[in-house]
Design a protein around this ligand. Structure first.
Ligand code: UD1
Length: 420
């Protein structure tokens, strides 16, 4: 087990390059199942979650090669529609293979999700969509199985704008007969990127990014080359690193419109943010003030930035309130932040954060991906030395975060073998 050792207190400076978005790449890899031609994903991020999904595809006989920074995905020899259960249970995003398998082969059998540390996260909305397209769904013995002779377009209303359900239903509908209208759809930039990818393959999708997406089924899709969008959550995490260390840095390779809610809230806290075409400079050297934030579906404030901004709130004078509306159990980082001296009270879905003079370095755990990022941020600002354990969670979604932070001047070290 690896860990990070961080000596807090360094001011950051310089520039950081943002990688391609994990949450864009995962549906794009799955979408490659839809065509028997090869697809190429340029500038793919080499993250643990990406490796797991690649293995899921390999388990149904796809080949994925990494050439330079590109991923070449060949699904022409898929010979079954039951991905390896052990792999599927490692990562919820494995469920994004359901829609494409349904569309191309008219069936799938997949192991049901196990427990998840940020809420129960069911897949009922995904299945409701497949069923509306004509699939017969069976659940039992730890598996969900679906079959359809033919998928036929339909009108589908999502009870909640689920990101994964929107992506899965879009992918299932692209090869269906006739027109599908998906209402109350999620509009995240990653969904817009998936629609762009599918349309380049020959699909007909309009309205991605709005709450109504129309998909007209086509006969087949072809192989393409695509560069995924930059990771807005990684960018937001580095922006927060600047704010929490009261530093000024430049964040390169972004799409600023995807960062609107994060930019708005950091600006409200007192950061000065200057945007350029594909980069921004954030100056957090002013005195910052407390704010209230509620997580919401896009374009609201992203739940994936809640933990990191909460770490920042812990260092800002006054009372901030964070309301989490997307997941019912996403405050696991609170007890770890409290170990570092944070003053936080939880009341249902609200966290009330009273800023403290100083956080104090100590041993903490990364309880999930974004909680782990929050621990790094808190440690960068804390007095003394922090040790962050279970950093495999962080590697799921951040490519060499310690190298990028070291380049900015942080004192962070990855310890390869951990002695207890
Ligand atoms: C995606 C992101 C994740 C992000 C989340 C919310 C990927 C790979 N992951 O996850 O990083 O935190 O969006 O922005 O893109 N729900 C149901 N039934 C369903 C599906 C979802 O009740 O069938 C609920 C979930 O339990 C959760 C909420 O809807 O409370 C949001 O989930 P969803 O938008 O589906 O998130 P994911 O696609 O899993």
């Amino acid at each position: 087990m690896e860990k990070f050792i961080i000596r807090g207190g360094n001011e950051l400076s310089g520039e950081v390059e943002i990688s391609s978005a994990k949450n864009a790449v995962l549906p794009l890899i799955s979408a490659c199942i839809l065509s028997s031609d090869k697809c190429i994903l340029e500038n793919a991020p080499f993250l643990q979650d990406v490796f797991v999904l690649n293995d899921v595809l390999r388990s149904i006989n796809s080949s994925i090669e990494i050439k330079d920074n590109n991923m070449v995905i060949d699904t022409s020899r898929i010979n079954n529609t039951e991905p390896d259960g052990e792999l599927v249970r490692k990562m919820r995003a494995s469920f994004l293979t359901m829609g494409p398998m349904m569309a191309r082969y008219g069936k799938f059998k997949i192991s049901l999700p196990g427990g998840c540390n940020i809420g129960t996260r069911p897949i009922d909305l995904h299945l409701k969509g497949f069923s509306a397209l004509g699939a017969d769904i069976r659940i039992g013995h730890g598996y969900v199985e679906a079959r359809a002779k033919k998928l036929i377009g339909n009108k589908i209303y999502l009870d909640f704008p689920s990101v994964g359900a929107t992506e899965n239903i879009m992918m299932a509908a692209v090869l269906a007969e006739g027109e599908t209208v998906l209402e109350n759809a999620a509009g995240e930039p990653e969904i817009q990127d998936l629609a762009r990818f599918l349309n380049k393959m020959g699909a007909y999708i309009i309205g991605a990014g709005t709450d109504t997406i129309k998909i007209v089924g086509v006969k087949e899709l072809k192989g393409i080359k695509h560069r995924p969008i930059p990771d807005r959550i990684e960018a937001g995490t580095f922006m927060t690193a600047a704010a929490i260390t009261r530093s000024k840095i430049k964040v390169n390779g972004i799409i600023d419109s995807h960062l609107k809610p994060v930019i708005a809230k950091l600006t409200e806290m007192g950061c000065i943010i200057e945007k350029d075409q594909n980069s921004l400079v954030i100056d957090g050297r002013n005195s910052l003030k407390a704010v209230d934030i509620k997580t919401l579906p896009y374009p609201g404030f992203p739940t994936d930035m809640q933990a990191q901004i909460m770490a920042l709130m812990c260092t800002v004078k006054g009372t901030s309130i964070f309301t989490e509306t997307i997941f019912e159990n996403r405050f696991m980082h609170v007890s770890e932040l409290k170990r570092m001296g944070a003053n936080i009270k939880i009341d249902g879905r609200c966290a009330v954060i009273e800023g403290v003079e100083n956080l104090m370095g100590c041993r903490v755990n990364a309880t999930d991906l974004r909680a782990g990022a929050a621990m790094i941020l808190a440690a960068l600002a804390a007095e003394g030395v922090s040790e962050i354990r279970d950093i495999f969670h962080i590697d799921r979604g951040y490519y060499h975060i310690e190298r990028k932070l070291m380049k900015l001047g942080a004192n962070i070290e990855r310890i390869k073998k951990m002695e207890d």
